[in-house]
Design a protein around this ligand. Structure first.
Ligand code: FE2
Ligand code: FE2
Length: 653
């Protein structure tokens, strides 16, 4: 659309003779006189002022302001004798397009007028292009910002909210909804109505639901065809199309849906994964559509430019949704793998069932307390969501290395393995029987050597002696069985075991053996617990196995410390722990927390066959001793107790 052209001239600049000629070019002539000022002020066309030095000298400030205003739709041609206009203020000259020297001939003036309007046209076009470039740049920069926001949002639900709100923001829409295609149902494809936003209906309650995927609904049509639908008025849809507008929402909420843009969200393979529905594009963003008349005044249709923008955003949105789903799937996959690993540990040692989960819950709970605390040694220590998750994984997998420990060692309840104790018992049965044989032989010699009247007397002596021997053997066996239980071994019992072992018996072939083998004596002599030195090393090796296993997992940056946290869960502040034997400075804080929760759970667990669960109070006392011995961190333990973190895993003891 071309602008109207005006020449405003000083009265003594002679242009009237060209009036017809100029009129043919669509140029209107006006004289600069007070009665024309009103029209001049409101004139929206392109204006060329023709003035001379006489006019410039005489013009007052108001006239000068009108002519030399900063408006880019006007320019000034000055006619004088010196190429320099008298009476112009500094700055006004910039507005002068051309100086013409008097006398000006006809051709020269017409040429100047033509150039003047040509200049104004170019200037206007340039300005239009600038402003359009500005708008485009702003739009591109918003699109870019939206793209960055979409790609950095990892929370799936928040991402969908962001897609819809940004789509509405960039198009000035009052409302909108978002649908996703669901291909997972056995019953066939459906559309999930995921969310709705509406600026004019505050506190709109909405719950997602599935609707059948058919061409009769707008979203269904767009999802199935991959084509967009642009409606000027949703209540006035042509009759020859497949889709209809569902008025239920408008009726229920007393809302008036007018302009609508429904577009498919297509992934990188051009496959539609969802539908974006934008409703009521407004002239002004802040207007609330309170009535039909406001809708009539404020709501406008979607133009090509808006469509281009939203189409580009929809593609970015689709890719972000895909990425987010992929991320979620990877997360689920990994969670599943972690759970399966925990199951693998606990199946090997059912007595520790739930230990990994409890340690992870308690350690995360303690980390959350540390994160909140605002005074003391750890007041500046904070844990992000990812760091808490890292602790959770480390907790769940800290004992995974137990899969590398022999099962009988792992579940060893007594000092001797069950088969070994049985063997000792059988040996004692044999010794008893041998003893009985020996005494029967004694009775035979009595029959041979003594008179029948004395038999009973000697037999009684032999029986008493046998009884004494058998009692001694029974007492030995009781001591062995007593030593086999994992209580702290008293010195007396330890010496007795040595005496028992020193006794010898003959086997069937006459070969001599000790009552207990050196191996049995070694195991039964364990002072504390059930494990000998080698077995203890084997159990302790679970930490190294855990570390080696966790190191092989290609953790992402945010979880890269999982192996190191698990590696140090049996370290002690004074360096007496295992396997690294590192001290306070080198033990990761997460491992220090895990050390407390690990000990606590090991003490209070009710399902270990080889030891009774310790009541909560006593467990806390025991850890308190470890604090005094500079084995576990006092500040962390204080928080564990004060904030009752242990209650996170329920009642125990
Ligand atoms: Fe452990
Ligand atoms: Fe553990």
């Amino acid at each position: 659309m071309s602008a109207k052209l005006f020449i405003y001239h000083a009265s003594d600049v002679i242009v009237r003779p060209f009036e017809t000629l100029l009129s043919e070019e669509g140029i209107c002539l006006r004289e600069i006189i007070p009665s024309a000022f009103e029209e001049l002020r409101s004139c929206e066309g392109l204006k060329l002022f023709l003035i001379n030095d006489r006019f410039a000298e005489e013009m007052n400030k108001d006239v000068s302001d009108l002519i030399f205003c900063s408006d880019s739709s006007s320019a000034v041609i000055c006619i004088n004798g010196d190429q320099k206009q008298k009476g112009l203020k500094p700055g006004d000259e910039e507005k002068v397009f051309l100086y013409l020297k008097e006398p000006v001939n006809e051709n020269e003036l017409l040429k100047a007028i033509k150039s003047g309007f040509g200049y104004l046209h170019s200037k206007l076009e340039c300005e239009r292009l600038h402003s359009s470039l500005d708008v485009r740049t702003r739009e591109l920069s918003s699109l870019n910002e939206i793209g960055i926001a979409l790609s950095s949002e990892q929370d799936y639900d928040k991402l969908l909210e962001l897609i819809l709100s940004k789509s509405r923001e960039i198009t000035n829409c009052d409302a909108g909804s978002l649908y996703l295609l669901d291909n997972t149902k056995d019953t066939g494809n459906s559309l999930i109505f995921k969310l709705v936003q509406n600026d004019s209906l505050a506190n709109l309650e909405f719950k997602e639901y599935a609707l059948p995927l058919t061409r009769s609904s707008l979203a269904g049509y767009v999802a199935l065809t991959g084509e967009f639908v642009n409606l000027d008025d949703a209540h006035n849809i042509p009759e020859d199309v497949d889709y209809t507008f569902n008025k239920a929402f408008d009726v229920k909420f007393n809302y008036r849906t007018k302009s609508m843009l429904v577009i498919p969200m297509k992934d990188h393979k051009n496959k539609t994964i969802g539908v974006l529905q934008l409703i009521n594009r407004k002239k002004s963003k802040d207007v609330i559509l309170t009535s039909d008349s406001v809708v009539e005044d404020e709501v406008i249709s979607f133009d090509d430019k808006t469509f281009g923008l939203i189409n580009s955003l929809a593609s970015q949105a689709a890719v972000s949704i895909e990425n987010s789903l992929l991320y979620q799937n990877i997360q689920n996959l990994f969670e599943g793998f972690v759970k399966a690993s925990v199951l693998a540990i606990e199946q090997r040692d059912p007595s520790t069932c739930g230990h990994s989960e409890r340690v992870s819950v308690l350690t995360v709970g303690l980390a959350e307390v540390v994160d909140r605390v605002s005074s003391g040694k750890y007041k500046d220590l904070n844990f992000s969501r990812d760091q808490l998750k890292e602790i959770r994984y480390a907790g769940l997998l800290h004992d995974f290395g137990k899969v590398g420990v022999r099962e009988n060692v792992l579940v060893k309840a007594d000092k001797l393995y069950p088969g070994e104790l049985k063997y000792v018992r059988s040996r004692f049965d044999f010794i008893k029987k041998s003893m009985e044989c020996k005494f029967l032989e004694k009775k035979l010699s009595i029959i041979n050597d003594k008179k029948p009247d004395d038999y009973q007397k000697y037999f009684k002596e032999v029986d008493n002696e046998l009884e004494g021997e058998l009692q001694k053997l029974n007492s030995y066996l009781r001591s062995i069985e007593e030593s086999n239980i994992p209580t702290i071994l008293e010195d007396g019992l330890f010496n007795e075991l040595k005496n028992i072992a020193d006794n010898v018996y003959r086997d069937y072939s006459g070969e001599e053996h000790n009552y207990l083998t050196p191996y049995e004596l070694n195991l039964l002599s364990i002072r504390k617990g059930t494990l000998d030195e080698n077995e203890r090393h084997e159990i302790e090796s679970h930490v190294t196995h855990s570390y080696e296993f966790l190191k092989k997992i290609p953790w992402t940056k945010e979880f890269e410390n999982v192996p190191d946290i698990a590696h140090a869960h049996h370290e002690k502040l004074n360096g007496s722990g295992y396997p690294l034997e590192i001290n306070e400075e080198k033990i990761p804080i997460q491992s220090k927390m895990m050390a407390i929760t690990d000990i606590y759970d090991a003490l209070t667990a009710q399902d270990r066959p080889y030891k009774k669960a310790v009541p909560v109070e006593k467990a806390l006392d025991i850890i308190g001793y470890e604090v005094k011995g500079n084995l576990v961190d006092s500040g962390l333990f204080d928080m564990f107790v004060k904030e009752k973190v242990y209650e996170l895993v329920g009642e125990k003891g």
